[in-house]
Structure formats: C-alpha cells, structure tokens
Design a protein around this ligand. Structure first.
Ligand SMILES: Nc1ncnc2c1ncn2[C@@H]1O[C@H](COP(=O)(O)OP(=O)(O)OP(=O)(O)OP(=O)(O)OC[C@H]2O[C@@H](n3cnc4c(N)ncnc43)[C@H](O)[C@@H]2O)[C@@H](O)[C@H]1O
Length: 147
C-alpha cells in the first residue's frame, strides 16, 4: 500500500438534457480538463465538485442536478512545484451533472471552455478524460436498458 500523502479533488461532467447533447470541457494551456479542483477541509466530494464548477464556470449549482446513480473515481500521482521532490497520490471523484442546455461560461481560471457534442466513444485525452466519458456512456446505456 502506498504511504504517499493523499490529495482529494472532485469535479463534474456537465451534460445537457437538450439534444444534441453536449458536455463541457475547460481548456488548460496544455490540455483539456473538467471543471474540478481540490477539496477544502470538511467538504463532501459533491460539495467540492459544485463549488469548483461555480468558481470556474459561473454556473450556479441550482442550475445543475447531480445524477445520484453515477460516480467515477480516478487515482494518479502528482507533484507540485511548491513541494519539490514530493509525490502525492491524487484521488478525484467525478459526478455527472445534468443541465438543461449549453449556457455561456464565465471562465475565471481557464483561457477558454467548450461545449462538445456528445457522441461516444470520444478520443480527447486517453488518461484523464476518455475513461470517464466511456463510463458515462455505459451508465447512460444501462439506464436506457433498465427503462
Ligand atoms: N497539496 C498541495 N500542495 C501544493 N500545491 C497545491 C496542493 N494542492 C493544490 N495545490 C495548488 O493548486 C493548484 C491547482 O488547484 P485546482 O485547480 O484546485 O486543481 P485541479 O483542477 O484538481 O488539478 P490541477 O489542474 O492542478 O491538476 P490535474 O490533477 O488535473 O493534473 C495534474 C497532472 O496529472 C495529469 N492527469 C490528470 N488526470 C490524470 C489521470 N486520470 N491519470 C494520469 N494523469 C492524469 C495531468 O495531465 C497533469 O499533468 C495546483 O497547481 C497547485 O498550485
């Protein structure tokens, strides 16, 4: 078992109810990401996800319903410039958030954002994005089958 310090984060995949379905990605200088960020002390993962979404996109939590049946967890190693030489274990919980339609985004921490048409399987980023989108696709397919 790893004895690295664990860093918790959470995020949300925002997906529109309106067709054609679209989901939201935030642009970093070098990659795409979801609205997400580090947990503050005492927060539940869903609170972190909604707070970060509000901070990074300007979308109010009241406009979004987190799907109670979906959770996706991702664990990977990260380093921080401020703590050279130390490797952290990062654990991110992603939620599926339903929003009626694409809305204008007020980018506070990212240079840009994009509502991308939902047509899985997607090939956007192998490690960080594609497995989450695949899990959502399988979840939605399963929900359809269950009626
Ligand atoms: N404990 C601490 N000590 C010091 N400073 C702290 C700190 N906690 C927070 N900070 C500061 O807060 C800043 C960011 O805060 P937030 O803005 O809150 O962080 P974030 O979205 O969760 O993550 P970030 O953009 O940093 O990185 P990500 O995990 O996506 O991506 C990181 C790397 O992992 C890769 N990656 C992402 N997902 C992956 C996956 N599933 N598998 C493998 N690699 C993945 C990415 O490509 C990227 O290279 C940090 O840059 C740092 O300055």
């Amino acid at each position: 078992m790893s004895n690295r310090t664990v860093v918790y984060a959470a995020g949300v995949l925002l997906l529109t109810r309106d067709e054609p379905r679209k989901f939201l990605l935030m642009r970093h200088s070098d990659r795409w990401d979801l609205p997400k960020g580090h947990a503050e002390k005492g927060e539940h993962a869903y609170q972190t996800a909604l707070r970060e979404m509000e901070e990074e996109t300007g979308i109010s939590a009241s406009e979004v319903q987190l799907d109670p049946g979906f959770r996706y967890r991702s664990t990977y190693e990260v380093t921080y410039r401020k703590q050279p030489g130390e490797v952290f274990e990062k654990r991110v919980t992603f939620f599926l958030g339903w929003i009626d339609r694409p809305v204008d985004i007020i980018c506070t921490e990212h240079p840009e954002s994009g509502w991308i048409q939902w047509h899985p399987p997607h090939q956007i980023q192998a490690q960080a994005i594609d497995p989450l989108l695949q899990a959502v696709a399988e979840y939605l397919e399963g929900s359809k089958t269950e009626g």
